[in-house]
Ligand binder design. Sequence first.
Ligand code: SAH
Length: 402
Amino acid sequence: MKTDKNNTSNRLNCSVVNKCGGCQLQHYSYEKQLEEKQKQVNTLLDKFCKVEKIIGMENPYYYRNKVHAVFDTDKKGNVISGVYEAGTHRVVPIDSCLIEDQRADKIIVTIRGMLKSFKIRTYNEDTKVGLLRHVLIRTGHKSGEIMVVLVLASHIFPSKKNFIKALLKVHPEITTIVMNVNNKKTSMVLGEREQVLYGKGYIEDTLSNKIFRISPKSFYQVNSVQTEVLYSKAIEFASLKGDETIIDAYCGIGTISIIVSDYVKNVIGVELNREAVKDSITNAKRNKVKNAFFYNQDAGEFMKQIALEKQLVDVVFLDPPRSGSTEQFLNSMVTMKPNKVVYISCNPVTLERDLAYLVKRGYEVKKAVPVDMFPGTKHVETVVSISHKKNRHAYQCKCVVW
Ligand code: SAH
């Protein structure tokens, strides 16, 4: 990696930027990247409201707390590790990446160097010969804990104890090591079976003063610094008074629900992924949160049910996937008429579509702020504050008992 001396922002250059394809904007200075993202969000949203200045990172490098390397062997028989070349299954060798946690990258290089002496072969997807497929590393931004997940094609891992011992000798900072078995022809990195080889099998990290458990498969925002910024903006946009019942839709492992629980009467989280819901319940208990309740259901179905039951909800936070929300969800929400909606979006195109739907049905968009969660890439997150035109708080807000 070289520093670009002509650039005042001390830009670092990546040598595989074109082959890897993960960082579409890495060839721009960070200022220019932010400008591009701001322009994109402005173009889509300024018909609804004022778009505030994008919140960028002070240090836009090495932010990813989840790092994945695929292992292979090149034509000369050398072990390589890196990422798949965009749109292919060819591996681009990488030793260090500008957006990945540097501790994780160093561990991956060490593992690669150990394979020969331990006679561990990398897995070949065509011949199905070999053992090591991927290494996944997750790091705790505040806790400093590090989890290494070795993804193997078979559960038979010869000299596993010595391998672990040798790895820990070089990297005593590793707090847990998990073996994951993936023997399927699939683009999924992780398989079903897991065995903890060292430590507790998960890491914990702190986000906005709450502790979250992160297992190999847990969904967890990859940029911890900007996640705190994003969530605090979302909470600020909700203008909470303390007596509200809120819904946190598409809640993942319950991060927003648990963080916001201190500021409201009740939180109801809804999420489709069963494992994530289990994690959210564990996380609520871990943080002694007693006013958050989680449901494993499609968010649209859940909203429809709540609307039919005429439950009173004051604020809805929604953080849907890139495809945005659904008509069923939005339509039910319009029926429920919460005073405030805070929309967190990772795709301004679907956000524009969903806002247009709400604006035609009694809501107004107050403000929006883009947050750069993924420097180097083209992706941008946006938080939007939406209010109902007729404040329906003539109703007494009832506590919902589940
Ligand atoms: N709010 C969380 C997660 C956001 S990612 C956080 O900040 O960490 C979007 C989440 O929506 C994922 O967890 C995904 O599993 C969930 N999801 C996708 N489709 C869904 C649906 N139809 N109903 C409920 N949840 C859904």
